[in-house]
Design a protein around this ligand. Structure first.
Ligand SMILES: [Zn+2]
Length: 449
């Protein structure tokens, strides 16, 4: 091989690596126990995979078993831009009773890889490993530094992963430019998403006080469990106003719906009434354009014959850009109506929405997606959940969600499989993502603007 030839990645390695990472079952249940996550297993698999390359490896273990590994391919030009690939190695739990296959088999059959993590996000983490290994094996060096960070604990807020690096050892990563989950799903016949920002998270705990009494005499009692149920129902049924951002019209036009539906979706006053026309993608589109409240945990009572005097309701709150604590609480109080006086609102966290501006990296990503799917338009969009991109943005850098799904994988289907039953991905999407990511690193890291 001549020294000016670069080594191209073999996408079959992405398929094999994904299957192996799924089988390791690095399930993050959100607790700080050493049993949660166990990302050391995926770190070992990745170390094995990289062992035949010249990549520089650094292993971080801030908590026993919670391993993050950095794989660095140094560039030859210190003035060239650097790129960080952030791939988390943990997955959320899976209940085998609601799956039709074993969630951690990593089975590959008929062009499909099955298992927890197949799209969130061991697919992309595997592709990141494969392009990084190809770059490390290549006789032609990249100009800028490439760092693949296989990080722990993303699914529980990244305290033992990127969050730990940002707080304790920020010098370990280049923060100027990064790619991470989650993008590449289709909207309508010709558009594919690139994620440029994400909604904020303002989780709330409602404390509700009633009075205790004997369960044998419920008449006229002030039962905190019933108040909690009523509060949860009111919040779930409350319609927050639509606040579509400047990217929304492109999303709507990309869906290629009849003209009257398009007009309805573009008007904030009639948007909600037309969401159903988006089919599978309606739930994502609603989240994209609204402050959302999801009551997820209700707790009250512990004894069958005692009317409970206290209750708590946890609400998963996802905000739009520009919304802050006061906006959230005011909207929650509106939803509660006359129950508001009975409810104390506790703030559990505060993460405002974040977004990155257009940049050279965005242009390189958009070109790479279009080269894999000719005739496709690239649609900059928000993602509705939190990702590690926010740590890059907090550090002053630019971060995007990346990925390329094969045609047929629309935002509705991919979103349903995130943390869902029977999570899976097709090998064609793994091939497309691997090739596109390879183009991104070579174009971005070799051509200084
Ligand atoms: Zn994820």
């Amino acid at each position: 091989m001549s020294p000016d030839r670069r080594t191209t990645p073999n996408p079959q390695e992405t398929v094999d690596l994904l299957s192996a990472l799924i089988r390791n079952a690095c399930v993050n249940d959100g607790t700080p126990t050493p049993e949660s996550g166990g990302e050391a297993r995926n770190a070992d698999t990745l170390d094995d995979y990289f062992s035949a390359t010249s990549v520089e490896t650094e292993r971080l273990e801030p908590v026993p078993g919670r391993v993050t590994t950095l794989y660095r391919v140094p560039g030859h030009d210190p003035k060239a831009p650097a790129l960080t690939l952030l791939g988390h190695t943990d997955v959320v739990p899976a209940d085998p009773r609601t799956w039709s296959r074993a969630p951690f088999s990593g089975e590959v059959s008929d062009g499909i890889v099955w298992g927890r993590g197949a799209i969130d996000m061991l697919n992309l983490t595997s592709a990141m490993a494969v392009v990084t290994a190809a770059a490390a094996r290549s006789p032609r060096r990249l100009a800028g530094d490439l760092v693949f960070a296989a990080v722990a604990d993303e699914e529980a807020g990244s305290r033992h992963g990127v969050g730990w690096i940002a707080e304790h050892s920020p010098g370990l990563l280049p923060w100027d430019h990064a790619l991470t989950e989650t993008a590449g799903a289709h909207v309508g016949p010709r558009a594919v998403t690139v994620t440029v920002g994400e909604k904020g998270a303002f989780p709330r705990r409602l404390h509700i006080r009633g009075s205790s009494g004997h369960g044998s005499m419920p008449w006229g009692s002030d039962n905190a469990a019933l108040l909690a149920a009523e509060a949860a129902l009111r919040i779930a049924r409350h319609r927050t106003p639509a606040h579509p951002d400047e990217r929304w019209p492109d999303f709507v036009h990309a869906a290629h719906l009849p003209a009257d539906v398009t007009t309805g979706l573009l008007d904030p006053d009639t948007l909600d009434d037309h969401l159903a026309h988006l089919g599978d993608s309606a739930r994502f589109a609603h989240a994209l354009t609204h402050l959302t409240f999801a009551p997820t945990v209700l707790k009250s009572g512990d004894t069958l014959n005692v009317i409970p005097s206290t209750a708590v309701v946890d609400i998963d709150v996802r905000s739009l850009p520009g919304q802050d604590d006061d906006d959230i609480d005011a909207e929650l109080r509106r939803a509660l109506g006359d129950l508001s006086a009975r409810v104390e609102i506790e703030h559990l966290d505060r993460r405002t929405a974040s977004a990155s501006p257009a940049s050279r990296l965005y242009d390189v990503v958009a070109d790479a997606v279009r080269h894999q799917l000719p005739g496709t338009e690239v649609l900059p969009t928000l993602t509705t959940g939190g990702t590690d991109a926010r740590f890059v943005r907090d550090a002053g850098g630019v971060a995007y969600g990346f990925g390329v799904y094969a045609p047929g994988w629309d935002v509705g289907k991919t979103r349903r499989l995130f943390h869902g039953d029977d999570e899976h991905i097709d090998t064609e999407s793994l091939h497309l993502t691997t090739h596109a990511l390879d183009e991104v690193i070579h174009t971005f890291l070799n051509n200084t603007p």
